[in-house]
Design a protein around this ligand. Structure first.
Ligand code: ATP
Length: 433
């Protein structure tokens, strides 16, 4: 294992002296309470790979609440959130630095894919319950052994050799979500399955292990997979690990699906650049592209099984996307195009944009709709029209609609040009009293 001095160097290099000092403080506080603390999981893995770690997890051999409260008492401005139902705590420093604390625990799976029964344990047991060797390493924060590296399953060697390895034969059966977690790690860190783990994966799939998993748990993991930047890597692993059936419905084999999804990623990035702060369910764009060429009835039947947020929007888009696409190619007026775009959800619009080359007419009309037309308000309201002498009623509604279309077509810009337009249309008399 790397000597403590090397761990110190890595910590100082990636976290800086001030944060390293915080780890020393926590280690001392925890030791005083008789509950040793360790850095664990992804942050240790990332440290060894010279990646900065966004999340920092601590495992405590004892009462998490006592450690969290003692740390909070020592530093003014430190926030502590304790979750009694999970026995976890979040410490947030005044500068935003965050630490997640959890109690070391043993897990027992009463049945395949069931949620585990949990009881307190020590750090060795806590590492043994984890998903992969590369995530089962820890660094001691105890003052007597600060920086000592715990790697009982050989995670560092596996990381060096680019191998993804489970800790025990029933790992995927206990928790099939580990298969998709593993896919994410394999793509992110360019790992391949250790041969024994590959056999275990095949065995678990042959037992149809995912069928036992709740839709919500499977869906969450799939969503994380689709959020990876490297979609080519995801496709390669979905093929190699034979995981396409998880998508339910499975998209037909297609040479162009990957490139259309990569275009989808570009459109998502384009949208976030141009409409910062606006909410978009990114995954829905990719799901729409994945399921785009599946017969709608089939999609409808299967999509109901998924707890997909906004699933009904995806379904509706799938139903009308081809029709809208054809009509858009024929639309001559910007107002007609705007109405067609408005019939799709935001992810549906971006999915359709992804199907067109960046600069073709449909793509341009879509971008124009998103940036210029979508938020447009008619310069005159029904009340304004009534003040101009128009009687309330269905006719007024029709005028409002035509006015709005003229606005979308760029024929009017403000109240005055709208008034002139109404005169030109013979709706208002040319000389008003
Ligand atoms: P990242 O946050 O960079 O994606 P991470 O390893 O921190 O990676 P988390 O999902 O935050 O991922 O999990 C933290 C740690 O908890 C993991 O490193 C792993 O040790 C353990 N873990 C999480 N989920 C499971 C699981 N389903 N089975 C076993 N261990 C798990």
């Amino acid at each position: 294992p790397p000597p403590a001095a090397q761990i110190h160097r890595l910590l100082r290099q990636h976290w800086g002296e001030a944060r390293l000092q915080r780890l020393h403080d926590i280690g001392r506080t925890a030791a005083k309470l008789g509950t040793p603390a360790y850095l664990v999981g992804g942050c240790v893995r990332d440290l060894l790979q010279n990646h900065p770690a966004p999340d920092t997890d601590l495992a405590i051999e004892g009462d998490v609440r006592a450690v969290a409260e003692a740390c909070t008492a020592q530093l003014s401005g430190m926030q502590c959130t304790y979750h009694p139902q999970f026995g976890t705590a979040i410490l947030e420093y005044p500068d935003g630095f965050r630490l997640d604390l959890a109690r070391c625990r043993v897990e027992h799976y009463p049945a395949p894919a069931a949620l585990p029964e949990v009881r307190p344990g020590d750090i060795v047991a806590d590492l043994a319950r984890r998903d992969f060797t590369i995530n089962a390493m820890a660094i001691s924060l105890d003052p007597g052994s600060f920086g000592d590296f715990l790697d009982p399953h050989g995670g560092r060697m596996d990381l060096q050799h680019g191998l993804l390895r489970v800790l025990h034969p029933l790992s995927f059966v206990d928790d099939p979500t580990r298969i998709l977690r593993g896919l994410r790690f394999a793509v992110r860190f360019h790992l391949r399955l250790e041969p024994g783990t590959h056999v275990l994966l095949k065995t678990a799939l042959a037992r149809d292990i995912f069928a036992r998993l709740s839709g919500a748990r499977l869906w969450r993991e799939l969503k994380y997979v689709l959020e990876l930047d490297d979609l080519a890597g995801v496709f390669e692993k979905l093929d190699a690990w034979q995981l396409w059936p998880l998508l339910r419905p499975v998209p037909p084999k297609s040479e162009t699906l990957l490139s259309s999804m990569q275009r989808g990623q570009q459109e998502i990035a384009w949208f976030h650049r141009h409409c910062p702060g606006e909410k978009l369910f990114d995954t829905a764009v990719l799901l729409t592209l994945i399921w785009r060429h599946i017969p709608w009835a089939e999609a409808e039947k299967r999509l109901h099984c998924w707890p997909v947020t906004d699933g009904h929007h995806i379904l509706r888009d799938l139903q009308f996307l081809s029709e809208v696409s054809e009509a858009l190619a024929k639309a001559t007026r910007p107002s007609a195009a705007a109405q067609l775009w408005a019939s799709l959800s935001l992810p549906g619009i971006l999915a359709l944009l992804a199907e067109h080359p960046e600069s073709d007419a449909v793509a341009e009309s879509g971008r124009h709709y998103l940036l210029k037309q979508r938020g447009l308000k008619s310069p005159l309201s029904g009340r304004d029209l009534q003040a101009m002498g128009l009687a309330p009623g269905p006719q007024l509604g029709k005028v409002l609609r035509r006015l709005y279309e003229a606005h979308l077509d760029g024929e009017i810009e403000d109240k005055e040009t709208a008034r002139q337009w109404l005169i030109r249309q013979g709706i208002l008399p040319s000389i008003q009293p």
